[in-house]
Design a protein around this ligand. Structure first.
Ligand code: NAP
Length: 260
């Protein structure tokens, strides 16, 4: 059996990961965690986050990683194509893709403006699709790939004022289940990580109110709110050869809110 059918790449291969939305929050923690685990990085965020992305990149370089900064809106097909072209030109390969970029604009179903629905779907669901579509020819040519899509427990259960966000994250899980079936024969796995309540700028939408924060904390088996660092290990697992026979899965990383 050749090495790709075993689902592994040679141990002396320098691994390259593309992480979207990597300037801050969970994406930043993932970028630094992968740098610490020996990955070189292509780090993406939107142009408005260029300075924060540069900070993340500098910290990743301090961990010894070769880092490329890529400013692109993941919901823009042409920008995504250019980004993947630039990443391949720089690194020569992309072994792991972490689709982390996401937005949350809270509103009840009754009051949700159409542009909230569209923008949340565009970034969270279509953005994931576009980056995956652009990376697949690269991973198929390699006969190897690890795709980790950041969904959310919000896509399984959700909370009031987040129906459109929940729909976008459920879409990511459905997309990933079928993607896994299509790409498995090419040595590529595709999985989701579903964070729970994580203290980031986005997480503060749920957590600014201390009573709400306490209520979420009480819902976790771990009796605490999550930190971006809590998401890193599971993502690194899905980006590694340790997960070669795990695909199409959606793993809750929530301290025990959704129990399954
Ligand atoms: P965050 O702090 O808001 O970071 C997300 C990053 O993605 C930001 O830098 C954001 O830039 C960027 N981004 C937004 N739209 C983009 C686009 N079109 N193209 C490229 N980058 C874009 O959020 P986070 O809490 O770290 O969340 C990261 C991921 O985890 C998201 O997919 C989120 O849905 C998911 N998640 C988070 C939680 C939580 O509790 N925090 C729970 C479950 C799932 P701007 O801020 O400038 O838009």
């Amino acid at each position: 059996m050749d090495r790709h059918r075993e689902g592994n790449i040679m141990s002396d291969t320098r691994r390259i990961a593309l992480v979207t939305g990597a300037s801050r929050g969970i994406g930043r923690a993932i970028a630094l965690g992968l740098a610490q685990r020996g990955f070189d990085l292509a780090l993406n965020d939107i142009a408005a986050q260029a300075s924060a992305l540069a900070d993340t990149a500098a910290e990743a370089r301090a961990h010894g990683a070769g880092v490329q900064e890529l400013l692109a809106d993941v919901s823009d097909r042409d920008a995504v194509r250019r980004m993947l072209g630039d990443a391949l030109a720089e690194h020569g390969a992309i072994h792991a893709l972490v689709n982390n970029a996401g937005i949350l604009r809270a509103a009840s179903v009754e009051t949700c403006p159409e542009d909230y629905w569209d923008s949340v779907m565009d970034v969270n669901a279509k953005g994931t699709f576009l980056v995956v579509q652009a990376v697949l020819p690269i991973m198929k040519a390699q006969g190897y790939g690890r795709i980790c899509n950041i969904s959310s427990i919000g896509g399984k259960h959700g909370a009031p004022e987040q129906a459109h966000y929940s729909a976008s994250k459920a879409a990511v899980m459905g997309f990933t289940r079928v993607l896994a079936q299509e790409v498995g024969p090419f040595g590529i796995t595709a999985n989701c990580v579903c964070p729970g309540i994580i203290l980031t700028d986005m997480g503060r939408v749920n957590l600014d109110d201390m009573a709400v924060r306490k209520a979420w904390q009480d819902k976790t088996a771990a009796a605490r709110i999550g930190d971006p660092q809590d998401v890193v290990g599971p993502v690194a697992f899905f980006c590694s050869d340790d997960s070669a026979f795990v695909t199409g899965q959606s793993l809750n990383v929530d301290g025990g809110i959704v129990l399954s």
